[in-house]
Design a binder for this molecule. Structure first.
Ligand code: ACM
Ligand code: ZN
Length: 522
C-alpha cells in the first residue's frame, strides 16, 4: 500500500483531446486544496496527474477507462474523452470526502491510494428524469442535479417539460404556451383524488431558449445528453389552455390545478393541430442537439376523440380501426416528422402497439410486458423505468432502498442476444408531491445512487450490504453540495433495518476511499 500525494506542485498533464477534462478536473481540485494544478502538455515521464487517450480494450467502449496510480503518477486513460471523464469521477471518489468542498479544506491530506483498475458501464443509457411541469424547479437546481449525475456516471437527462399543470419551454412561434400555459392559479389541497380546492398560490415558471441552451452546454461539459419530452396527445391541458382550438371541443381549458389524467387532449382530426405540433416539434428539435425526442404518449383518454367529428373523420379517411389506432398513427406521424430532423422518438410503454414504427424507442414503465418484451426480442430498443422500482417519487415505505437496488434493467426474459436492445434505465422523478428543493433532494437521494449502480455495475458485483457501506461513505459528499439526502434509516422497512443490523455486525469495515460503482476488472 501507499498513496500518491497531491501537492502545490502537482500538474495535470493532458493530450489535446482531454483539454476540457483537464480544465474540469482543475476546477474540482483547486478550491478545496488551494493548489493551482497547472495544465501542461503531455509528458509521459512527468510527475503528476495524466489524462490521455490510449486505445484500451475495445470492450470498454466509449465510456470505459483505466486508472493507474503509482509513485509519481496518477494516470487516467481511455478510448475517448468520455471515458477519461468517468475516470476523473472515480479519482474524485478515491480522494478524501473534503475534495467535494468548494472552499479551502486545510485539514485534509490529499492522497490517492495506489491502485490499478479498469471500469466500464453495463448499459449505454443511464438516466434521470425530472418533471418540471408539476413543479418548476429552475435552472440552479437542474445544474446541481447535473453535477451529481456526473458523479454517479449518469449520462442522460430526460427533461419532462410539458404536462397538464404547466408548459415550461419557450416556443417562439407560440408565445401563449408560456404566457398562459406556464402559470396555474394554485395547486390542489385536501384529498388528492377528490378535492377540487386549490391553495390559490399561483405556480409559474418556464425556461427561455437561451436558458435551455445554457443548461444543454452545462450538461455537455459533463457528457450528459439532454432529451426533452413534449407530451402528446395527452397531458396537454396547459397547451390547450393557451390554444383551446387545438382540442376537440374548442372549449376553454384551464392549466390544471390538480393531478391525474385529463380528458382534454389534442384533437388528432384537425389539420391545425398537426400544423401546431409540427412547428413546436421542429422548434424543439432544432434547440436540442440530442438525436432523440421523447413524445410521451402515456395516459391519453379517448373520450373526446370518440365524440369528435374531426377525429372520427380522420379515422375513416385513414381507414383505421379505432381511436387507439389513431394514436398509433399520430405517433408514427411524429416519428416520421422528427426523423427528417434527425431524431428518433421515444414513447411511454402504455401507448405501445406493434404497428408503431420499429425505430421508435419504447420507454417502459408499465404496459403489456409480454408484447413489449417480444418486440425487444424482435429488435425494438427499450429503456427500462419499471414503475415499481425506478420511480423516485414513491414513498420509501412503498419502495424501500433495497428494492430499488434490486432493480435489474435487463429482465431475465431478455437475456442473451436481445440484451443489445436494452439501452438501459432511467430513474423518474414525478413532482406532483415535490413542491421544493428539500423534497426533491429527499426523494432523489439516496435512491438515485442505488439506481445509478443498476445502470453501470455488473449484477454480480452488486450486494446490498456492501452498497450501503459505500453509500455511507458517499453521503457526506452530497452534503458538501448542500444536498440533504433521506437518512438511510428512512429508506428501509423495519424488518430490513433489523436484518441490516445483523449484516453490519458481520460485514468487514469499508474504507471511505472505496469507489462507488466501479467495475474493477483487475
Ligand atoms: C408515467 O408515469 N405516466 C409515464
Ligand atoms: Zn378531435
Amino acid at each position: 500500500m501507499g498513496a500518491f500525494l497531491l501537492t502545490a506542485e502537482t500538474p495535470i498533464f493532458t493530450d489535446a483531446p482531454n483539454q476540457a477534462n483537464a480544465a474540469y478536473l482543475q476546477t474540482l481540485l483547486s478550491p478545496p486544496t488551494g493548489y493551482p494544478f497547472p495544465i501542461e502538455e503531455m509528458d509521459p515521464e512527468g510527475k503528476g496527474i495524466h489524462l490521455f487517450l490510449d486505445a484500451i480494450e475495445e470492450d470498454y467502449g466509449e465510456e470505459g477507462y483505466r486508472i493507474e496510480v503509482n509513485p509519481g503518477k496518477a494516470q487516467i486513460y481511455a478510448n475517448t474523452p468520455v471515458g477519461v471523464f468517468y475516470g476523473i469521477q472515480t479519482l474524485r471518489q478515491l480522494l478524501p470526502v473534503e475534495i467535494e468542498s468548494r472552499e479551502l479544506a486545510p485539514d485534509a491530506t490529499w492522497e490517492i491510494p495506489y491502485i490499478t483498475l479498469m471500469d466500464y458501464p453495463r448499459f449505454p443509457w443511464r438516466g434521470y428524469m425530472l418533471d418540471e411541469a408539476r413543479h418548476f424547479q429552475g435552472k440552479e437546481t437542474v445544474k446541481d442535479i447535473l453535477d451529481q449525475m456526473a458523479k454517479l456516471k449518469l449520462n442522460r437527462f430526460h427533461w419532462h417539460l410539458t404536462d397538464d399543470q404547466g408548459w415550461r419551454i419557450e416556443i417562439k412561434q407560440y408565445p401563449q404556451l408560456t404566457e398562459i400555459g406556464s402559470v396555474r392559479p394554485g395547486t390542489v389541497v385536501g384529498n388528492p383524488f377528490l378535492s377540487r380546492k386549490h391553495d390559490a398560490q399561483p405556480h409559474a415558471g418556464f425556461y427561455t431558449q437561451d436558458e435551455i441552451r445554457e443548461i444543454i452546454n452545462y450538461a455537455q461539459e459533463r457528457h450528459i445528453m439532454v432529451i426533452p419530452e413534449i407530451e402528446l396527445p395527452g397531458h396537454a391541458s396547459a397547451a390547450l389552455a393557451a390554444y383551446p382550438e387545438l382540442g376537440c371541443t374548442g372549449q376553454p381549458v384551464e392549466v390544471a390545478t390538480r393531478f391525474g389524467i385529463f380528458t382534454d387532449i389534442y384533437c388528432a382530426g384537425k389539420e391545425s393541430t398537426y400544423t401546431f405540433l409540427e412547428n413546436v416539434l421542429n422548434e424543439v428539435a432544432a434547440l436540442f442537439p440530442a438525436p432523440y425526442l421523447h413524445i410521451g404518449g402515456d395516459e391519453a383518454p379517448k373520450k373526446n376523440w370518440k365524440q369528435c367529428p374531426d377525429c372520427q373523420q380522420k379515422i375513416q379517411d385513414l381507414g383505421l380501426k379505432d381511436e387507439d389506432a389513431l394514436q398509433v398513427w399520430l405517433t408514427n406521424w411524429a416519428a416520421a416528422l422528427l426523423a427528417e430532423a434527425g431524431k428518433t422518438i421515444i414513447f411511454w410503454s402504455d401507448a405501445y402497439h406493434p404497428e408503431i414504427t420499429r425505430s421508435a424507442i419504447v420507454h417502459f414503465w408499465k404496459g403489456n410486458q409480454k408484447k413489449i418484451f417480444q418486440a425487444v426480442r424482435d429488435g425494438r430498443k427499450m429503456i427500462n423505468s419499471t414503475y415499481l422500482r425506478t420511480y423516485l417519487d414513491h414513498a420509501y415505505k412503498l419502495l424501500p432502498l433495497d428494492e430499488t437496488y434490486a432493480f435489474d434493467p435487463l429482465p431475465a426474459e431478455l437475456a442473451g442476444p436481445p440484451e443489445k436492445n436494452m439501452l438501459g434505465m432511467e430513474g423518474l422523478l414525478w413532482t406532483e408531491w415535490v413542491p421544493n428543493r428539500a423534497r426533491l433532494d429527499y426523494q432523489t437521494f439516496p435512491r438515485l445512487v442505488a439506481l445509478a449502480e443498476s445502470g453501470w455495475t455488473m449484477t454480480k458485483k452488486q450486494h446490498f450490504n456492501l452498497f450501503l457501506a459505500r453509500l455511507r461513505a458517499f453521503l457526506p459528499r452530497l452534503a458538501f453540495h448542500h444536498i440533504e439526502a433521506a437518512p438511510i434509516k428512512d429508506t428501509l422497512l423495519p424488518w430490513h433495518k433489523r436484518l441490516l443490523k445483523k449484516l453490519t455486525l458481520l460485514q468487514p469495515k469499508q474504507g471511505t476511499a472505496s469507489s462507488l460503482e466501479e467495475n474493477d476488472h483487475d
